[in-house]
Each structure stands twice: as structure tokens, then as C-alpha cells.
Design a protein around this ligand. Sequence first.
Ligand SMILES: NC(=O)C1=CN([C@@H]2O[C@H](COP(=O)(O)OP(=O)(O)OC[C@H]3O[C@@H](n4cnc5c(N)ncnc54)[C@H](O)[C@@H]3O)[C@@H](O)[C@H]2O)C=CC1
Ligand SMILES: CC(C)CC(=O)C(=O)O
Ligand SMILES: [Mg+2]
Length: 352
Amino acid sequence: MNAHIAVLPGDGIGPEVTAAAVAVLRGVAGQAFAFTEHAIGGCAIDATGDPLPAATVEACRAADAVLLGAVGGPKWSDPNAPVRPEQGLLALRATLGVYANLRPLRVHPRLAALSPLKAEHLHGVDLVFVRELTGGAYFGRKTREGDVAVDECRYSVAEVERVVRRACELARARRGRLTSVDKANVLETSRLWRATTERIARDYPDVTLEHQLVDSMAMLLLTRPSAYDVIVTENLFGDILTDEAAALAGSLGVSPSASLGDGRRGLYEPIHGSAPDIAGRGVANPIGAILSAALLLRHSLGLDAEAAAVEAAVDAVLDEAELTADLGGHATTQQVTDAVLDRLAARRKVAA
Ligand SMILES: NC(=O)C1=CN([C@@H]2O[C@H](COP(=O)(O)OP(=O)(O)OC[C@H]3O[C@@H](n4cnc5c(N)ncnc54)[C@H](O)[C@@H]3O)[C@@H](O)[C@H]2O)C=CC1
Ligand SMILES: CC(C)CC(=O)C(=O)O
Ligand SMILES: [Mg+2]
């Protein structure tokens, strides 16, 4: 397949983990992809003054899929800075119209020991968050007047409908259970969210819908994570709950994501940030980025078998290989990437 993948390494460990994901995509059997690299975030501010240069947007629009590392870091975190790296990422998500952010979570048996939970709580955990990605407080009007700051949180019915429909479709294709998370006892946006979710879910009689308030959901994720199948929620709640959920899997470094809109082109990125505390040392865990590349193969390129091969190679590495420091090991980013490539090649030999 002659697909064009736009690669946006970004800042901190972003370039280290996207290099790993690109190496794995190059190792996928029988496929020749074209990769082009573009600036976003802090490095784009340094180069052009803009965290999302027009040339990057143009390249992403022309691509079949976009693979991103992470943006941000202390160099660009001055609260008085006129522009911040994170604005570039938010603008890219909005520009590409990728309103549904899928963040799957499974707990590999070897990593269960690293989780804050006991193994019996983790048995059978297999869930997907569908996080609304282009609305809510991250995109509302922001003002600062004297001692008062305001972040407007705004949702329209149409914005809720499309992401909830996506979550219902996903639940239908999985175990048929949908949990919608809101704060409807307090927030008007959440009351609109809940009413809209109930109405849309009526079109999916085979999907069982339950509602949870976000505060108790934060607790339930830790006490009975295996009870959940698909969890749909708004932007800010989803950002927080998915980092919490990633800890169940052993590390933020292993969680991938796919951000999808109505077309086939998606934006794929690990859920972690630029990890300035470990950047430049070659020790970042590349698995979140590599699994994001697998999601890219599946959702944007329709290469399901190839996606499954990458996921199986990662599982094999998690079974037995030396892992990075966040997972208690001593391996470098390159060693874990090479181990995934070895397993991919071995599977190819067996299949031949
Ligand atoms: N999608 C993005 O580009 C995101 C960017 N950020 C930005 O990243 C910067 C740092 O934010 P933090 O709050 O420190 O969150 P972070 O996710 O970058 O790091 C949190 C902790 O997890 C560790 N970690 C993260 N990814 C890892 C990996 N692949 N391997 C091993 N350890 C890993 C880090 O070393 C750190 O101890 C900030 O500027 C923030 O705005 C944060 C989240 C998402
Ligand atoms: C804009 C990003 C920094 C927000 C975030 O943490 C995320 O999307 O996971
Ligand atoms: Mg986050």
C-alpha cells in the first residue's frame, strides 16, 4: 500500500518514541509507506514562532494518517508566554476534526505486578475510553481580568451526538456495554450530555447504557476496572481518567490512542506527554507510540492483519523481553524497538 504518513515528532521524548513507531511501520510485512516529518509544539515555536505552522497543517491534510509524539516542556511553560506548544496540538485536533479519541486499555499479565491494584482486580480488564476531543473547557473562551480567570466549558447537542454515536457503535462491536461519565448533578453541560446520550442510545437497543458521575468513576476504575467495556466522556474528564487508567496497565508509557473524525484519516499518538524528566536519554518506553502505529494501520489504512501482527509482537515483548525503566527494566528505547521488530520478523517467517 502506498500510504503517506505525516510524522510530527514534537518535543521531549516525542522524537524518540515516534522514531520507534516509524521503525515498526517500516517493518510491517509487504507495505511501503512514505513518511514526511513536520514541526509542531515547542520546536515549531522555536523555528517559526507558531506551534502549528501552516505547512504542518497542509501536510497533515494531504496525508492518509498522522503520527504524533508529544508536545510541551519547561522551556515553553512560562505562564506569561504569548503562545504555548499545547495550543498547537489542540489546534491540530480541531483542524483535522478528530472529535473521538479512542484510548484502549488492557493489562498485560506480566505488568499486573507493577499496577497499584492487586492482580485479582485486574483480571479481565479490557476497556476502551471514547474521549470527546474537540470541545469542552479546552476549547472554550478563555479570559483573564484582574484576579479572575475563566475557562468556558461549552458543548452543543451535535458535538455530543456524534461522539456518543461512535461510542455506541464501538460498544455494539464489543461486549455491548456503554458507561457514560459526566457530572450531571452539578454541570449544565453534563445535563445536556446525559440527555443526549440517553436519546442516542435508544437507537442501540443491543447496547446497555449506564451513567456514572466522574468523581465516583475515578474510584470505580480502581475498584472494579474489569466491569467496564466502553466508557464515553467529555474532553477534560477523559484526559484525567485515561491517565489514571494507564497506571492500571503498569505505566503511562504503554497506552496508545487513535483520534478519529468522520473520514478515514486519523491522528495517532501515545497518551503520555513529552516527559521532560527522561527526555534525550534514550530510555522512554516506545510501546504507547508503537501501539498507536498499530491503531493507525487498523483505522486509517484498513490493514487489520498488520495491526494485529504489531500488537502480537508487542505482547510477545511484554511476555519475556527486557523492558524500559518505567516497567522496572533496564532496556533502552532502541532495545525495546528492536525486540518488537525481531518478533515481527519471526512471525513473518512462521507465516511464510
Ligand atoms: N499529547 C501531548 O503532547 C501531551 C503533552 N503534555 C505535555 O508534556 C509535558 C510534561 O507533562 P507531564 O505532566 O510531565 O506528563 P508526561 O506524560 O509527559 O509524564 C508524566 C510521567 O510519566 C513518565 N512517562 C511519560 N511517558 C513515558 C514513556 N513513554 N516512558 C517512560 N516514562 C514515561 C514521565 O517520565 C513522567 O514521570 C507538559 O508540557 C505537558 O503539557 C502532557 C500530556 C499530553
Ligand atoms: C493538549 C494536551 C496536552 C492534553 C492532554 O494531556 C492529552 O490530550 O492527553
Ligand atoms: Mg493527557
